[in-house]
Design a binder for this molecule. Structure first.
Ligand code: SLL
Length: 158
């Protein structure tokens, strides 16, 4: 299909990670030196399904992880792991074939410890169980410039 000139469509997105100390509740298969449980994710700010325009998300972890390229081909586009250290996660977002768009490619610093970030709200919260949860979450927007007609229909159908 043709591209629609002079049009751009954007969709809100959030990405980032949460983490907590494992204490005594370590998963049975976690190496002893692992201290934290974390989840990295790409999702809609209101929790809507984003798989109508996102095909898969690839999270490339630090090389200390076995099989450090992790492919998530269905929602939720997230990955939970254990570990001991912070590192930069390479995130690639692939769009559905109809989009004819190149994947988005960026980095997110995995946070396990409280930190200062002006661009972010508080980096910690206490959950119902009284545990401290570290959060490093960013709000962004995916912009499609001059989308293909088919893809535009799909974007507008939600
Ligand atoms: C560094 N930032 O500069 C660190 C690297 C690597 C973290 C952190 C677990 C790996 C595993 C893990 O937490 N790696 O045991 O599978 O060197």
């Amino acid at each position: 299909s043709k591209r629609i000139k002079t049009l751009s469509v954007s969709r809100p997105i959030i990405y980032g990670n949460t983490a907590k100390k494992m204490g005594d509740h370590k998963p049975a298969n976690a190496p002893v030196e692992h201290t934290h449980l974390w989840t990295i994710f790409v999702r809609d700010p209101r929790g809507e399904d984003i798989s109508y325009y996102i095909k898969k998300v690839v999270f490339k972890l630090h090389e200390t992880y076995p099989n450090h390229t992790r492919v998530v081909e269905a929602p939720p586009f997230e990955l939970t792991e254990t570990g001991w250290g912070e590192f930069d996660v390479n995130i690639k977002i692939y769009f559905i074939d109809e989009a004819n768009e190149k994947q988005l490619n960026f980095y997110h610093r995995l946070r396990l410890h409280p930190y200062d970030n002006q661009a972010n709200s508080d980096s910690t919260e206490i959950n119902e169980a009284g545990e401290t949860i570290i959060k490093s979450v960013f709000f962004d927007e995916v912009v499609f410039n001059e989308p293909h007609e088919n893809f535009f229909q799909i974007l507008m159908s939600k």
